[in-house]
Design a protein around this ligand. Sequence first.
Ligand SMILES: [Zn+2]
Length: 184
Amino acid sequence: MTFDPDAPPFQDAFLIEHKKDYIKKEGKFKDRASYSEQGSSDCTICLIISEDKDVPRYEIYRTPEFIVFLNLFPYTSGHILISPIQHLVGFEEFTDQLSEKFAKESKFLIKLLKTAMKTDSVNFGWNQGQFAGGSIKHFHAHLVPRYPRELNFIELIGRSRPMILSLEKTQELLITTFKELRHS
Ligand SMILES: [Zn+2]
């Protein structure tokens, strides 16, 4: 393969073979509604919350207000999402009380990632609305641990992003760390 500096760096990722099956899955995901057509009845995050057996779920933990789970298509290992249990589309729909709890839970999640993923760098934010990159119409904020020298040989030459940990191993690690931190 010749190296083309203008090509996008990531064409593939090592551990997302399941993505193909997920997209091709018969049934409710075959004709998944477009962003503007999505309602709470066909919302992927609501299905994850209700533990629908047809939806892959890598839950870390939940509180009465929020669920924390792994992104199925992580930017890097340890990429987690936090969503309200209630089907809320935008952050402006949060009550003041829920916003406060969200801030508190997010602070805890940064601590969780710093401890479990051994880094002090985390991207934290959300894409709200389809033109801002939103794909699922149920509020979810991303927390992505970041590392020095992320762009390595494999990514540049192989145009693949290696995942340090599988989704299962990441889930296990984060649940263990969650239990340690929450009960300490
Ligand atoms: Zn929903």
